[in-house]
Design a protein around this ligand. Structure first.
Ligand SMILES: [Zn+2]
Length: 364
């Protein structure tokens, strides 16, 4: 618990007083460190989302706030805020998923535009994760900057904007696949695996059923399948979001509404949650998930295979990303936080898990 408190010490304007730093003795790591290069450092706390005390700003709060920035429309990054800032595409995805009333409270901010929130200058940059996904860069009047990534992907996607990477002093980054063994196959290889799976099932008179989350993953799968001209069937939640993709300049292949009684000869794309409605029949199941890197994952998902097509960065890309942001200080959030932070420290970059897990490990 002491480590959790470390993240919550601020001076009068909310600048961080101290976090652990690998270049000073452990006994003096906790408090009173002179900010890097003499510059105050914007800081953030994890509290059901991410909160900047300086400027009173919530990002990806999971409970409704008066005002928050929403990085993208996945449900673990959104809530029914009274007012929120997001890209136009994210607001449109939220309209489909959460209703018109919630979406009407969205303030649209295009990538690169500036929104002033109290003393903070806010800009959104493409995160490459799903349509409309954004990284949030905030800058204080003294020039101190912080970049919060939300979920991001470095590789070119067929259905999301290509990532654009700004520089910042402090980086708060996701570390979902932050272990060295997490290296995804090439996009061409994944595309071949996906089409082979579908062709093989169809040749065996089985229906290939691809389990993919309705926002982002499903559209990426459909774009990968498009050149093969399979007859495609998709669940209504996917088809509703396909319309938003089309409206935002990402043309999607035609799909028929999912019809459990008439799936023969088609490739079916549906969210994993719908699976329990799938009737008995000759079908072959593939979960679409980066966790397919682990051959045992098919037992966890109870599918015939797991294809490791991900909308997150893999380990080499996480390192590459940090290299491009050039931060003085990194906080890792989600997934392998302690492992990635430790790896970054070995590369000479001050990095800690935002939830303090690694600082607890350092306690003697
Ligand atoms: Zn996401």
């Amino acid at each position: 618990m002491r480590a959790m408190q470390i993240q919550r010490r601020y001076d009068s304007v909310g600048y961080m007083l101290a976090v652990g730093v690998s270049t000073v003795p452990r006994t003096t790591m906790r408090w009173g460190r002179t900010p890097i290069c003499g510059q105050p450092v914007l800081t953030v706390v994890e509290r059901g989302g991410f909160y900047l005390p300086y400027g009173d700003l919530w990002m990806d709060a999971r409970r409704a706030k008066d005002f928050a920035v929403v990085s993208h429309a996945h449900s673990d990054h959104t809530a029914r805020h009274r007012s929120f800032l997001a890209t136009p595409a994210t607001i449109d995805c939220m309209r489909v998923r959460m209703g018109a009333a919630v979406a009407s409270r969205g303030i649209a901010l295009h990538y690169g535009e500036v929104y002033q929130h109290g003393p903070l200058r806010i800009q959104l940059f493409p995160a490459g994760h799903v349509l409309g996904s954004a990284m949030v860069r905030v800058e204080a009047p003294n020039g101190a900057s912080l970049l919060y990534t939300g979920d991001f992907k470095m590789r070119a996607s067929l259905s999301a904007e290509q990532i654009e990477i700004p520089q910042a002093d402090t980086l708060v980054m996701e570390s979902t696949f932050g272990r060295p063994e997490c290296v995804f196959p090439s996009t061409a290889e994944l595309q071949a695996q996906l089409s082979d799976f579908c062709h093989t099932a169809l040749r065996a008179n089985e229906v290939p059923v691809l389990l993919a989350y309705s926002l982002g993953k499903a559209q990426e799968v459909l774009k990968h399948l498009q050149p093969h001209n399979f007859p495609l069937m998709a669940h209504q939640t996917i088809r509703a979001l396909n319309v938003v993709y089309q409206q935002h300049g990402c043309p999607m292949p035609d799909t028929r509404p999912l019809d459990f009684l008439n799936m023969a000869g088609t490739v079916v794309v549906m969210p994993p949650a719908v699976r329990k409605q799938l009737p008995q029949g000759p079908h072959r199941l593939a979960m679409i998930s980066g966790w397919g890197l682990d051959a045992r994952s098919r037992f966890r998902y109870q599918t015939d295979t797991v294809l490791p097509l991900s909308d997150h960065a893999d380990y080499p890309d996480l390192l590459n990303f940090v290299d491009q942001v050039k931060p003085n200080l990194v906080y890792t959030v989600h997934g392998a936080t302690a492992q990635l932070a430790a790896a970054l420290r070995r590369y000479g970059i001050e990095a800690w898990s935002l939830n303090g897990a690694d600082q607890l490990e350092l306690d003697v």
